[in-house]
Design a protein around this ligand. Sequence first.
Ligand SMILES: Nc1ncnc2c1ncn2[C@@H]1O[C@H](COP(=O)(O)OP(=O)(O)O)[C@@H](O)[C@H]1O
Ligand SMILES: Cc1cn([C@H]2C[C@H](O)[C@@H](COP(=O)(O)OP(=O)(O)O)O2)c(=O)[nH]c1=O
Length: 214
Amino acid sequence: MAGRFITFEGPDGAGKTSVLNALIPIIEKHVAMPVRLTREPGGAEISEKIRSLILDPANTAMDARTEALLYAASRRQHLVEVIDPALAAGDMVICDRFVDSSVAYQGGGRQIGEAAVLAMNQFATDGQAPELTLYLDIESAAGLARIKAHRQSRQYDRLDQESLTFHQRVRAAYLRLAQAEPTRIKTIDASQALPQVVADCTQVLAAHLGPAWQ
Ligand SMILES: Nc1ncnc2c1ncn2[C@@H]1O[C@H](COP(=O)(O)OP(=O)(O)O)[C@@H](O)[C@H]1O
Ligand SMILES: Cc1cn([C@H]2C[C@H](O)[C@@H](COP(=O)(O)OP(=O)(O)O)O2)c(=O)[nH]c1=O
């Protein structure tokens, strides 16, 4: 793999979208390679179709394992169509959500088992994992309050409608992942003001990239 593969994770309302909007131009200034921002399902047509099935508020009958399998299928297609070719071309791929989201939301949130969801995703990705993950951490109530405050400006999807306890289980699973893999997963305090969250992410990236960060 010639490129670099970095992911961003966090519960709903952590501010991933806002942080990435501010951070991408900063990264582009400091690294020599092309930077490719993508998000699941990100530009792969088959993945988009799968994702729209998952997020459709009309699909209330969807079984939790069905949901987990669909996320993994969507991820697989995005990986082979978008991420792998970009890495092979030597790009820095910044991906908004990856396997950790499934472990946290389906494994933790839906309670179908974090280890089982991880194993299923290892099949989907053939074991391919990001070298660095920035986990934007925020208390569930605070994250949900941010989303509600800006509801008009953002589409409210099926997963946003889940209860506070669902989101608390998601966050607890993320915190377990961060504790289990402290080398890969760096936790950022996302409750801070946006410029500080961006500054903390910048510092983590610079430290990780070393000489590749100029
Ligand atoms: N650090 C922050 N402090 C206060 N509000 C924030 C912060 N980061 C994001 N927001 C607001 O919270 C809402 C959710 O942010 P967004 O970036 O869409 O989060 P995510 O992509 O993680 O769900 C947006 O309305 C955004 O303006
Ligand atoms: C990638 C992924 C997302 N999700 C959820 C998280 C979000 O609530 C929802 C939509 O994700 P996304 O569009 O990335 O929204 P956000 O702006 O909150 O990051 O899908 C899962 O449950 N499992 C997954 O594997």
